[in-house]
Design a protein around this ligand. Structure first.
Ligand SMILES: Nc1ncnc2c1ncn2[C@@H]1O[C@H](COP(=O)(O)OP(=O)(O)OP(=O)(O)O)[C@@H](O)[C@H]1O
Ligand SMILES: [Mg+2]
Length: 218
């Protein structure tokens, strides 16, 4: 722990939100591998950008290519993986962006830590940031039948150890904010469900019209 450090105050979150014309928040997708977290998160990110709402996705494997490339899959490293991602999601939310985190995050304690980081933070004078737990809920049999990465097959064959749902537990959220049944609803319907939930609570502006044309990248 560094001791010779001093917090430097910055703009208030509401000032930042006013400049950006939107508030920040974190959507935390949790669910079994192949439940559809990444698929829905990608479609949601694109939909929000299309509506002119800044959004950015933080995703399981992707962060392990960079930020968390020093972490493995031991219990301690998994917890540190989630802690770091929760801190980064919080920074995006603090910057008035919709952070979309999609991680299996099988343990309640880790998800509660992520929520707690958004509820209060050292030196944070701006109060809690919205943290929305999205449970992507499908029966294990459905996820296993999808198996887009072949991981369930390898876990059943004993080639992948500690695989969630097979030889490592998944602790379902007790009180999720949103439940997506991707075995019953299409990707588009799941996206619409999340967007409606956010609009109903004033977390994103309601009735925004999509940007007509996507401008070319500068
Ligand atoms: N309604 C739906 N929503 C999302 N995914 C769906 C839906 N219907 C079918 N699928 C399929 O289910 C699979 C979900 O895979 P995806 O990679 O999104 O899961 P994941 O939860 O991100 O898994 P992991 O934790 O391994 O990253 C994809 O092959 C997708 O096409
Ligand atoms: Mg994924």
């Amino acid at each position: 722990m560094a001791t010779n450090i001093t917090w430097h105050p910055s703009l208030s979150r509401s000032e930042r939100a006013a400049y950006r014309g939107q508030r920040g928040l974190t959507l935390w997708f949790t669910g079994l591998s192949a439940s559809g977290k990444s698929t829905v998160a990608v479609a949601l990110e694109q939909h929000l950008l299309h509506l002119g709402v800044a959004a950015y996705r933080l995703d399981g494997d992707n962060v392990r290519f960079g930020l968390n490339k020093d972490l493995g899959f031991s219990d301690g490293d998994r917890a540190e993986n989630i802690r770091r991602v929760a801190e980064v999601a919080r920074l995006f939310a603090d910057a008035a962006v919709v952070a979309i985190a999609s991680f299996i995050s099988p343990f309640r304690a880790d998800r509660e830590l992520a929520r707690a980081l958004h509820a209060s933070h050292e030196h944070d004078a701006d109060g809690p940031l919205p943290f929305v737990e999205v449970f992507v809920d499908v029966p294990l049999a459905v996820a296993e039948a999808r198996d887009p990465k072949g991981l369930y097959r390898r876990a059943r064959a004993g080639e992948v150890k500690h695989f969630t749902g097979i030889d490592s537990p998944y602790e379902p959220p007790e009180n999720p904010d949103i439940v997506l049944r991707t075995d019953q609803a299409s990707v588009e319907d799941c996206v619409a469900q999340v967007v409606r939930w956010l609009e109903d609570r004033g977390l994103i502006p309601a009735g925004k019209t999509p940007v007509a044309d996507v401008p070319p990248a500068p």
